[in-house]
Design a binder for this molecule. Structure first.
Ligand code: FAD
Length: 379
């Protein structure tokens, strides 16, 4: 496994730090409070090549691999996890699904727009009654001539309202049949397709999360992504890659919380000395640093394997599971190091704390990651 940072990774990290200082840090608290998804900033990030990181240059993307992708999401999430989450969902889920499974005509139509963030992408698997148990989804598509008619709803969908295009996985066969689901590409404005309620969330508030509603939504068969009946199997493969991006998101949040706590511990004086001189505080920092290093190694290992075309089902689940739990622990300890000030909105600790929790839930909870890992090691 390659451990040294490449020139591209350094360039991406510098670019994001610079962009973040000017265009994210000054506004992130306002977005968090008003729960605003900053579409313009997202599109600016698209112009920098960050919304088509893995998309080949022939389709308008940056043509990078997973190492650069992890660096980009982690660096962005050190600043604001919400923007990191939106970047991960756009790149890995909607764009990633089309990149992996669409036909040439679909790739030519959608990838250049998504890779530049001219269009924002959404991806719908989860439903109100089926989250971890997504294979039991109830949203149904019925064939009618050369069209499919979709009825049902998806929830917790990132960019459900702002997305110009969504990839959705719906039932086209029997319940309980993993080959009974199909993926469709659906454009905003398609009759019968609309965004529903926007969630009011504890964290990741600048990343938009809404319902998608389908009421006799007629979609031409040309919008089927890959083959009929393969939607769920495709989705599981998309999530194998997507989990690397949530591991990167977790890593960034953990690093951001750690860096803030480290700096504060050296400034804050109690008993006439910096609090970092107390063993109780320095051991917290030592634990955080060690766990972040381990999470980083797991994440970059999964990224390196993905770059080499290897099966990352177990490794991406391990990276996502471990890094997300580390993010929650690191954010918790960072807040503790900030003391009472950590509990206020004047310091960044409380936002890291609120944002980190999503990482153990989105794209498969920690329990589901353990299920994936256990299945892989027991087979
Ligand atoms: C901010 C945000 C953004 C999201 N973005 C998207 C998106 O863009 N697209 C999309 O499709 N989805 C998205 N999701 C949905 C997300 O993937 C689901 O919330 C997640 O998969 C969990 O599903 P659930 O919320 O229905 O929880 P449930 O599945 O109801 O789980 C509840 C609890 O039961 C546990 N549990 C369930 N099954 C088992 C089991 N077999 N063994 C042990 N424990 C189990 C879970 O671990 C959890 O602790 C998003 C969610 C959030 C909060």
């Amino acid at each position: 496994m390659e451990l040294s940072t490449t020139e591209n990774q350094r360039m991406i990290a510098d670019m994001i730090r610079d962009f973040g200082t000017k265009h994210i840090r000054p506004f992130m608290r306002q977005w968090d409070e008003s729960q605003e998804f900053p579409v313009d900033v997202f599109k600016e990030l698209g112009k920098l090549g960050l919304m088509g990181v893995l998309v080949p240059a022939e389709f308008g993307g940056s043509g990078f691999g997973y190492l650069e992708y992890v660096t980009a999401i982690a660096e962005l999430s050190k600043i604001d996890g919400s923007i990191g989450l939106s970047m991960a969902a756009h790149n890995s889920l909607c764009t990633g699904h089309i990149l992996q499974f669409a036909n040439d005509a679909q790739k030519k139509k959608y990838l250049p727009k998504l890779a530049t963030a001219e269009w924002i992408g959404a991806w719908g698997l989860t439903e109100p009654n089926t989250g971890s148990d997504a294979g039991n989804m109830r949203t149904v598509a019925v064939q009618d001539g050369d069209h499919w008619v979709i009825n049902g709803a998806k929830n917790f969908i990132t960019h459900g309202k702002s997305g110009q295009v969504a990839v959705v996985i719906v039932r086209t066969g029997e319940t309980g049949d993993s080959r009974g689901m199909t993926a469709f590409i659906i454009e905003k404005g398609t009759p019968g397709f609309s965004a529903g309620r926007k969630e009011d969330k504890m964290g990741m508030r600048a990343s938009e999360t809404t319902e998608l509603v389908f009421q006799d939504c007629r979609v031409h068969q040309d919008q089927v992504l890959g083959n009929v009946g393969e939607g769920f199997i495709q989705a599981m493969k998309v999530l194998d890659g997507g989990r690397i991006s949530i591991a990167a998101l977790s890593l960034g949040i953990a690093q951001g919380a750690f860096e803030a706590a480290l700096a504060y511990s050296q400034e804050r004086q109690q008993f006439n000395q910096p609090i970092s001189s107390f063993q109780g505080i320095s051991f917290k920092l030592a634990d955080m640093a060690t766990e972040i290093e381990a999470a980083s190694l797991l994440t970059y290992q999964a990224a390196d394997m993905k770059n080499r075309g290897l099966d990352v089902n177990k490794e991406s689940a391990m990276a996502k599971y471990y890094a997300s739990e580390v993010a929650v622990r690191a954010a918790n300890e960072a807040l503790q190091i900030f003391g009472g000030y950590g509990f206020t909105k004047d310091y960044p600790a409380e936002k890291f704390y609120r944002d980190a929790k999503l990482c153990t839930i989105g794209e498969g909870t920690s329990e589901i990651q353990k299920l994936v890992i256990a299945r892989a090691i027991l087979k």
